[in-house]
Structures are given as structure tokens and as C-alpha cells.
Design a protein around this ligand. Structure first.
Ligand code: AMP
Length: 625
């Protein structure tokens, strides 16, 4: 006989209530929302049956705004009040935006908080607010379709998004009234959509080629744990570049020499794009340039010609693929599946080349525009508790190493790049000077040896260290990167327990191209960096000897040294101080060693002296027990 369950007063009678959760792909160009219904993940369409919401917001004034297709259509006539591609501005400072390629055409207003705001008819808006408007629209769509309030949402972000960009995405969700269950890396979401987490184990690749960008990620599933092993990409390579190459070919065929007429180029590019998309189904396509701009030409583009034109660009995507494989330390033969994401992976040639490169047929069954949102929906469904027996744990990777500044302007890496997150690592550091009671902790990101070549994330101070001789204090610095990629750093002096910490939410972020550049720099400057590190370390060693000897001389120099000995040590000390100003690594090393040697006798006398005074008044037998 089954036992009857009795609920507590005020508690629901149902032991497990179904909760509504959605996944949102908040994209640069387009956004989507998806959910799991009747055990099946699907994107939710608007009233016109469109699942894709263009990530564009038009501000009309009087607190009114339009989001999506209508806003996109208004962009040409009302460019300054219609904001698109706002994802590129998330978590960015004004200085970062000035560095971004010329595409950002809006009117920015300077603000005291350093958060850039775009001037519109509806007031000055931040990237977070624009994103929140897009999220609000998707939330409304989901609640209408599902008939109730949402319990939570999983939002996807590029794997290379840094802390500031992730934090900005979370802020946008909060502003839209959404409860973020977690942020999920886009490639990880794609892998979940294909149910790769149900496999026992294996290494999988996510090849994401959209309109303007290319991203490659290598994932490993191991004993139920999903981790991103490496990521790479090219932020300026995608279907738009394919269109340009085809457009050039059309103009050449049609005898159009005018390369400066922007509207004509736009028109031909649109024809090129349409032809390219048709060729994903047909062997050839007829291209017609009609009277629009005094043009009259028609011709045929075959799939084989298209392949010939685009092969060099497709080949360019394989460079980051090789880099990611190298970073992940795996070979093509070890790859089990390749998942295709992004509209440009509908091109048959792209699929062929990818299959050749990775030696396996890519997975294309799920619409490459929807696959990320679908994976996010599956994950949201699990996280909200609708699938309690499922225990997938999704791990992502940090794109650049994290570390702290040590003496001499050097960086000590604490967590290495491509470490899976969540991650925590502690390292012990010590004081440099006698009686040092405070320590400045400078948190850095990057691969180079010198502080000046890396990116500064945050600074904070640990105060109240008990005064001790240099090197005696033990300060444990712990780096913790949470599941959303947010970093917190804590410093704790072990004997006294004094502690200080910082949450790193840097006010500006990095583009994947900048990350790639930082990695390239670290390789090309490797030899130079090693030499710089050696020199810095030698200078620090010299300074340590100088400080120790100065303090010993001050305490016992007059008592334990003859005048001649004192003179000799003073001269050695001065010589080392002078040499350490220069950049001759070998000379500093030699002078340090010489001074160490010539002060050995003095050190021995000090030690004997302190032993003698410690033993004074005691029987020798007391010490031998
Ligand atoms: P996304 O950024 O993922 O939305 O991808 C947009 C790009 O995919 C654009 O360059 C489109 O021209 C391209 N695209 C969409 N459908 C196709 C297709 N059937 N064949 C080739 N390219 C396509």
C-alpha cells in the first residue's frame, strides 16, 4: 500500500511543480528565445511566426520604443535613434569604443561613470539598457506563448566574453526583470542542443561561422563533465566577406568599374548574398542586375565557380581551427563530432572543407541559427529543476591567464589560460621588506612576462600584516572564477588571519581579436620576455641582498666588524646598488654573488652572536635534551 503524503500548511501539495524556463541567444545581429515543451526544445515565434528577432531597437521618444524587424527597417531613415549590434558595446568603456573599428556610428555622450551612453530621441541609453529592451521583448513573447511568468532564464554569451561583458549581460537581464539561472557559453549550448552530454565521453568541435564572425571551440566530455578545452576565432570573417568577393566577381563580369558608388556596391552585394544562399540548394543561379541603377546585366554563377571564389576565405577559418587544436593539445583524429553553428555553415563547400579538415561529417540536423537558443533552453529546463535526474555540469574555459604583479614588475600567473571554470587556485606570497605591514595586490590578465605588457584588471591592498622580517609573512592569494566567468581575488595573511578581497568587474573588455593579438604577441616576444624576466629577477635578488645587508649593518655593523671590514662591505654594497641601476644581467648577478660572499663571515658572526646571547644564563644541557 502506498503511503499518502501530507504537505505542510501553506506549502504546495504538489511535491514537484513544473517551472517555466527559457534559453535566450542574445546575438549581435539576431536574438532568439526557446523553451522545452512536451519534452522537446523549440524556439518560440512572434505573432507573425518569426522566431528570429533582429537585435535592433529604435527609440521614438516619450518612453516609446520599437524592437526587432520594424526597428531594423527604420535603421536607414533614422540611423541615430536606431541602435543595432549593441552586443559589441557591452561592458565597454568610452576608450574601448573609440578603438573599435569605424562601424560604431552613434552619438555618444560622456558620463561621469565612464559607462558610454548613446544619444537618442528617447534620451541617452547604455548598451545594457538597449540589450534589456531586446530581452524584455523576448520575455514578453515567451510569457505570452507559455501563459505564465518565467521562473528563470539561461542566456548565452560568446566564450571569449570577459568579466565586464558577462556582468553587463547579467545586468541587462536583471533590468528586463529576468532571473538568470546562469550564463552559458554559446558553443557549449550548441553541444547541449545535440545532446552530446548524453554520450559517454569524447572530444567535440563547435564551428560557428555567421555573417561577420568566426568562432571555433573544442569541448571535451569526460565522465559526465562537459568542459571547453580551447577557443579561437576571427572577429572579422564571415558570410558578409563571402558576399563582397562574389560582388567583386559580378562587377568584373558586368564591366562595372566604379568602386566608389556605395549604393551600387550595396545593391550588387545584396544580389551576391541572394545568389550565394540559392547555391546552397542549386547547382547554379542566374544573377540579374536590372534597371535599378542604370544597370542591365545578367549572368550565371555556378556552384563550382562559387567554390573557387570562396575557397581562400573558407581556408582562412582553418587557421584558428589549427590554433585551437594546438591549444587543446588534440589532433584531428581525436575529434568525434563537429557541430555547425551560424548561417554560413549552410554552405555546402564550408561543410565539405570542415569534414575534410576534421576527418568527420559535421552535424547539421538542427537549424544553425537556432541551435544555440535550443541548447540554452535545454540547460534552463535542467537548472530550473524540471529534470532532476540530470546532472550535467557545464564547464567553460578562461581565455587569458590571470595572475598578480610581483617584485620587479613581473607577472606571476595563478590561473593559466584555457583552464576550465569554475576554477579556484591559491598561491602563497611573502613580504619583501622587514616590517612590511601592507601589500598591494595588482590583478592582471595576459600571457606576457612583464606587467606593462598585460592588462590590468584590479588593484587592492592587504593591510594589517604583523611586522616581521622580510620573507617571513605568508600571504595566501586565492583566485576564484565562478561558473559565469566572474573573478574574485582574496588575500589572507595566514598567521594573523587579516584578509582583503576584490571582485573583478573590469570597466572595459576585450574583443576576441584583441585576445588573439595578445596571444600572438606572447609568442613573438617569448625570447625577449624571458630575457626581461631574467633581468627583473636579478634586480629583485640584488635589491633583496642590499636591503638585508643594510639592515644587518645598521644593527650590528659597528659591534661586529673592524673598520676595514666595514669599509669593504660598504664599497661592495655601493657597487651592487650602482650596477643594479643598469640593464646588464650578468654584471648584476656577479656583483650580487660577490657581495653575498664577502658578507658571509659577517652573517656567521651575527648568528654566533645571537646563539650566544640566547644561551647566556642557561646550562648547555638544557639545550641538548
Ligand atoms: P548568422 O550571423 O549566423 O545569422 O549568419 C548570417 C550569414 O549566413 C549571412 O552571411 C547569410 O548570408 C548566411 N546564410 C544564411 N543562409 C544561408 C544559406 N542558405 N547559404 C549560405 N549562406 C547563408
Amino acid at each position: 500500500m502506498a503511503l499518502l503524503q501530507i504537505s505542510e500548511p501553506g506549502e504546495a501539495t504538489a511535491p514537484h511543480q513544473y517551472r517555466l524556463a527559457v534559453g535566450i541567444d542574445l546575438g549581435t545581429t539576431n536574438s532568439l528565445v526557446a523553451t522545452v515543451r512536451n519534452g522537446k526544445a523549440e524556439t518560440l515565434p512572434d505573432n507573425n511566426g518569426q522566431a528570429i528577432l533582429p537585435s535592433v531597437v529604435q527609440y521614438l521618444g516619450d518612453n516609446k520604443l520599437v524592437v526587432g524587424e520594424a526597428a531594423k527597417n527604420a535603421a536607414v531613415d533614422d540611423p541615430y535613434n536606431t541602435i543595432g549590434s549593441v552586443k559589441r558595446l557591452m561592458g565597454r568603456s568610452m576608450a574601448d569604443i573609440k578603438k573599435l573599428s569605424g562601424a560604431i556610428k552613434y552619438d555618444f555622450v560622456d558620463t561621469e561613470s565612464n559607462v558610454p551612453r548613446i544619444k537618442t530621441r528617447g534620451g541617452a541609453v547604455s548598451a545594457v539598457e538597449v540589450s534589456a529592451a531586446i530581452l524584455t521583448q523576448l520575455k514578453r513573447r515567451a510569457e505570452q506563448a507559455l501563459g505564465d511568468e518565467l521562473s528563470g532564464v539561461v542566456i548565452t554569451v560568446p566564450a571569449y566574453f570577459d568579466d565586464a561583458q558577462r556582468q553587463a549581460s547579467k545586468d541587462a537581464a536583471k533590468l528586463a526583470g529576468l532571473k538568470v539561472l546562469r550564463l552559458l557559453n554559446e558553443p557549449t549550448a550548441a553541444a547541449v542542443a545535440y545532446g552530446l552530454d548524453n554520450k559517454a565521453e569524447g572530444i567535440h568541435v563547435v564551428y560557428d561561422l555567421g555573417g561577420g564572425t568566426f568562432d571555433i571551440s573544442i569541448l571535451r566530455l569526460n565522465r559526465g563533465v562537459f568542459e571547453v578545452m580551447a577557443t579561437a576565432g576571427n572577429s572579422a570573417l564571415g558570410g558578409d566577406d563571402f558576399d563582397q568577393v562574389i560582388a567583386q566577381w559580378i562587377m568584373q563580369q558586368a564591366g562595372i568599374a566604379d568602386n566608389s558608388n556605395q549604393s551600387l556596391i550595396r545593391y550588387v552585394s545584396q544580389q551576391a548574398c541572394a545568389a550565394k544562399e540559392v547555391l546552397s540548394q542549386s547547382e547554379q543561379v542566374e544573377i540579374v542586375l536590372d534597371g535599378a541603377m542604370g544597370l542591365s546585366w545578367h549572368g550565371v554563377l555556378s556552384r563550382s565557380k562559387l567554390n573557387e571564389l570562396l575557397d581562400p576565405l573558407i581556408k582562412k577559418t582553418l587557421i584558428p581551427c589549427r590554433r585551437a587544436l594546438r591549444d587543446a593539445e588534440v589532433t584531428q583524429a581525436e575529434i568525434e563530432d563537429v557541430i555547425m553553428v551560424g548561417g554560413s555553415t549552410r554552405m555546402l563547400r564550408v561543410r565539405e572543407r570542415v569534414a575534410e579538415f576534421f576527418q568527420c561529417e559535421p552535424l547539421v540536423a538542427i537549424d544553425p541559427d537556432k541551435v544555440v537558443a535550443i541548447g540554452a533552453a535545454v540547460q534552463a529546463h535542467t537548472l530550473v529543476g524540471n529534470k532532476s535526474d540530470d546532472e550535467i555540469l557545464l564547464l567553460d574555459v578562461i581565455p587569458l591567464s590571470l595572475g598578480i604583479e610581483t617584485m620587479g614588475g613581473l607577472v606571476e600567473k595563478v590561473i593559466y589560460r584555457n583552464t576550465t571554470i569554475p576554477a579556484a587556485k591559491a598561491q602563497d606570497f611573502t613580504t619583501f621588506k622587514d616590517g612590511q605591514t601592507a601589500m598591494s595586490i595588482h590583478v592582471l590578465q595576459g600571457e606576457r612576462e612583464l606587467v606593462s605588457d598585460n592588462r590590468s584588471l584590479a588593484r587592492f591592498e592587504l593591510r594589517g600584516i604583523p611586522p616581521m622580517v622580510a620573507g617571513a609573512a605568508r600571504i595566501r592569494v586565492t583566485f576564484q572564477v565562478d561558473a559565469d566567468g566572474l573573478l574574485s581575488v582574496t588575500a589572507r595573511e595566514q598567521t594573523s588571519g587579516v584578509e582583503s578581497s576584490v571582485q573583478v568587474k573590469p570597466s572595459y573588455g576585450l574583443e576576441d581579436a584583441e585576445i588573439a593579438q595578445m596571444l600572438t604577441d606572447s609568442l613573438s616576444h617569448a625570447a625577449q620576455d624571458v630575457a626581461a624576466r631574467n633581468l627583473c629577477e636579478q634586480k629583485v635578488a640584488a635589491e633583496r641582498v642590499v636591503l638585508a645587508l643594510q639592515s644587518a649593518l645598521k644593527a650590528d655593523g659597528d659591534r661586529l666588524l673592524s673598520a676595514a671590514e666595514r669599509k669593504n662591505l660598504d664599497a661592495g654594497l655601493r657597487h651592487l646598488q650602482e650596477v643594479a641601476q643598469g640593464n646588464d644581467h650578468a654584471a648584476i648577478k656577479l656583483a650580487t654573488e660577490r657581495l653575498n660572499e664577502s658578507s658571509t663571515e659577517f652573517a656567521a658572526r651575527r648568528m654566533n652572536d645571537s646563539i650566544r646571547s640566547a644561551m647566556a644564563g642557561h646550562n648547555v644541557d638544557e639545550f641538548s635534551e
